[in-house]
Design a protein around this ligand. Sequence first.
Ligand SMILES: Nc1ncnc2c1ncn2[C@@H]1O[C@H](COP(=O)(O)OP(=O)(O)OP(=O)(O)O)[C@@H](O)[C@H]1O
Length: 276
Amino acid sequence: MASGNLEVRDLSVSYGRAVRALRGVSLDVPAGSVTAVLGANGAGKTSLLRAISGTLPFHRGGVDAGGVRLGGRALTGLRPAAVVRTGVVQVPEGRRVFGRLTVEENLKAGALGARGRAGTAEARARVLDLFPVLAERARQRAGLLSGGEQQMLAIGRALMARPSVLLLDEPTLGLAPLVAARIGATVAEINRQGTSVLLVEQNAALALELASTAYVLEVGEVAARGASADLAAGDELRRRYLGAAAPPTERGEDTGDAADAAAGRGDRPTLARWTG
Ligand SMILES: Nc1ncnc2c1ncn2[C@@H]1O[C@H](COP(=O)(O)OP(=O)(O)OP(=O)(O)O)[C@@H](O)[C@H]1O
């Protein structure tokens, strides 16, 4: 289903004159991959997804420089509906389902933006197979679902447009660990079925488990990127995002970065820093 690599190049985004949310951000989502973007509150993760999906103008934001391409085709400047038709679909943060509509109606709404009508029944079957609870609740109002179920519906609604690239903004935010793990497993399955995923998460442990490659955004810039396994093993990311102490040294103590450097221990995985 994947239709090419998603490429973000030298992207700068601002909201009015005062807020520069992204500065010169470049990243790749290879076709068929799960790629993660980590970062603290306000780092620019959501702005990145908005720039890709064409929804920045809804938030009074805009692209100042750089651009986004899918399979070589420029997405920058396209309206959100046109971006969806290229196969790139965003699931916004905060599980924004239509609360007064039923689950079934929400799914139908998701199919409206799809590339042609053919395939809607197949997409619906896929969604209900991934999330059987949505079939059970088909006639219930979406607003009455639990938080986890609303997140499933938000993802299911996006899948109704049959995306080749799914943009996921903090899908596990505020969910109990078991529910978050269930969402994570489903994201892996969606990817296994051929959909590329760009996953924005504050839950770094989960994101690094799902993704092959991850980027760390700090104050609007890519501070690090690398294979998820390397990033997860790296001291800096472990300390900052995984809430874990660095592994002990041979002497059984954490000497910290400076002492490590002084001692010449350069063999630990390090974050690949971009200098611009
Ligand atoms: N609509 C907006 N108008 C003005 N500034 C905004 C707007 N949306 C985001 N910002 C600002 O842009 C910067 C990046 O925000 P963004 O939401 O992209 O970060 P984030 O990493 O997704 O954070 P969070 O996890 O809190 O959503 C922040 O300084 C934020 O305050």
